[in-house]
Design a protein around this ligand. Structure first.
Ligand code: SAM
Length: 220
């Protein structure tokens, strides 16, 4: 069990601890990466959220995954290890990309993971073709999810999954009383994003209160 709980988790601490007790404990490089993320305050997917994603990938038999927001490569490595899928992951920060590259080497995943450095809004808009990916995991700047969406919609296969992380944003998306003034624009954008998904007939979306909130959308 992890001895610390991230401040952006939206659940009661006893629930989080219990959830984490039900999943395999991290070891080796994954444990090292969790410790690095904690020490250097790099936001990475929370253990119960990424565990959920891993199980979804296995169920879906995912072969090609697009990830927006690599950070140190934690979720990319976990996703390819869980599913055997090829992962294309996009990161805007050169510094993060450098660390992720080193982690992909340590994980012996360099043949499975392609890291593209740049602003995901431009990178995905420059990707040609359509229906290229079985799964798209959106985990970059929360205020930009709506801008990523048209490209995700085009690049995701029919029958594919769009997974958007951190959509409840410390509960602020769901409750005005929790909203911190300087985060109001991001909260408004996340609410618009979830409203758009709700009304989008091409997608069926379920919102899950694990980690910082995960929206799971199926492309009809
Ligand atoms: C929450 S972290 C990603 C965590 C990672 N998916 C994991 O779970 O291990 C978000 C990352 O997205 C990157 N990012 C933010 N906006 C971006 C953009 N427009 N394009 C690409 N990367 C972006 C940030 O630099 C940061 O490293």
């Amino acid at each position: 069990m992890k001895a610390w709980i991230e401040e952006d988790n939206i659940n009661y601490e006893y629930i989080i601890r219990y959830l984490r007790d039900t999943i395999p404990s991290p070891e080796g490089l994954i444990l090292e990466m969790e410790e690095y993320a904690k020490k250097h305050e790099v936001p990475i997917s929370q253990p119960e959220s990424i565990r959920f994603v891993e199980v979804l990938l296995k169920i879906a038999g995912a072969k090609k995954i697009l990830e927006l927001g690599t950070a140190i490569g934690y979720s990319a490595i976990r996703m390819t290890r869980a599913s055997g899928a090829d992962v294309v992951t996009v990161e805007i920060s050169e510094e993060m990309a450098k660390i992720a590259t080193e982690n992909f080497r340590k994980a012996e995943c360099t043949d499975k993971i392609t890291l593209l450095i740049g602003d995901a809004r431009e990178v995905v808009s420059d990707m040609e073709g359509e229906e290229l990916f079985d799964v798209i995991f959106v985990d970059a700047a929360k205020g930009q999810y709506m801008e990523f969406f048209p490209h995700c919609e085009r690049l995701l296969k029919k029958g594919g999954m769009l997974i958007s992380d951190n959509v409840l944003y410390k509960g602020m998306t769901a409750n005005d009383e929790l909203v911190v003034r300087r985060k109001i624009t991001i909260v408004r954008r996340l609410r618009n994003y979830l409203e758009m998904l709700k009304n989008n007939e091409q997608f069926s979306t379920a919102l899950l209160p694990i980690g910082d909130g995960v929206a799971l959308s199926f492309k009809e």
